[in-house]
Write a new protein. Structure first.
Length: 275
């Protein structure tokens, strides 16, 4: 396939309306529902991230420092006792999945199988795994480069991807945390929002760009590099979703990316200087 044919295929996505199931909800109800879902989940994270970057910029201005002299910590310990910390981590991961379960429930009231409609099932495992791995490879290396460049230029904080210490359960928890992030983000930002906003009459370019901007926004706590990198990832994932109409490949890709980031940091941060 030539480059012109590929570009024509992407252009067709804008001209062909996304096929979505009929809904008894009005446009106002659809928009209200999506706002409420976001405010209960990733939209709330976006608001807190915006406040976080404002606070970081104020600190940077007051202390005459750059963002890269501040750190953003992920997967932090919640208790001094290992057994209690483990329980905290497991409960936190479980509760964080509730918004994804909620949107599957909301869509499931209007169709036979919301998981099948979203492509969040095991009907095409080879396709989902292979495409997910390919996406992770294509996004992971440029994303890492963008992070390093943005941090070195002072536009991004130093991300501490794991603060769980050296415990027997740290790796399983980090992998589970990566999968939880992937499930919540891709099920909501792609499957649910693309469906609801299309049902509400939004044009596909607006759906794609708005979803990507929200995705970037809830990573602002990391700095402007985190925002830009995740916005680009949102655009790529959105285009792929429109083409394949399955969220599971993006869940796989996202899980791989976060697992490499979380576990890789835990393994290498003491021996690799640029981490």
């Amino acid at each position: 396939m030539t480059i012109r044919e590929r570009l024509a295929g992407v252009a067709d996505l804008w001209r062909t309306p996304m096929s979505v199931p009929a809904t008894p909800l009005t446009r106002r109800q659809l928009n209200t529902e999506t706002v409420l879902v976001l405010l209960l989940s990733l939209g709330a994270s976006a608001i807190y991230s915006l406040l976080s970057i404002i606070r970081r910029l104020v600190v940077a201005a007051q202390t005459n420092t750059s963002l890269n002299q501040q750190s953003s910590s992920l997967n932090t310990s919640q208790a001094q006792q290992q057994w209690l910390d483990f329980i905290y981590q497991v409960v936190g991961i479980g509760l964080a999945l509730v918004p994804a379960i909620l949107v599957i429930h909301l869509l499931g009231r209007e169709m036979t199988s919301a998981t099948r409609y979203l492509g969040f099932d095991l009907t095409r495992p080879k396709f989902d795994l292979s495409l997910g791995a390919l996406l992770a490879a294509c996004i992971g290396i440029p994303g890492l480069a963008l992070y390093v460049i943005a941090r070195d230029l002072g536009f991004n904080t130093t991300v501490v991807a794991s603060g769980l210490g050296d415990t027997w359960w740290s790796w399983p928890v980090l992998i589970a945390s990566a999968a939880q992030n992937a499930i919540v983000e891709e099920v909501i930002m792609l499957g649910y929002l693309f469906t609801r906003w299309t049902q509400a009459g939004w044009r596909l370019p607006v759906v794609l760009i708005t979803s990507a901007v929200v995705r970037g926004s809830y990573h602002l706590y990391q700095g402007f590099g985190g925002f830009l990198g995740n916005l680009i990832m949102g655009l790529v994932f959105g285009l792929v979703y429109l083409r394949v109409r399955r969220v599971l490949p993006m869940v796989v890709a996202h899980t791989i990316l976060d697992t490499v980031a979380f576990v890789g940091y835990a393994l290498l941060h003491n021996s690799v200087g640029w981490l």
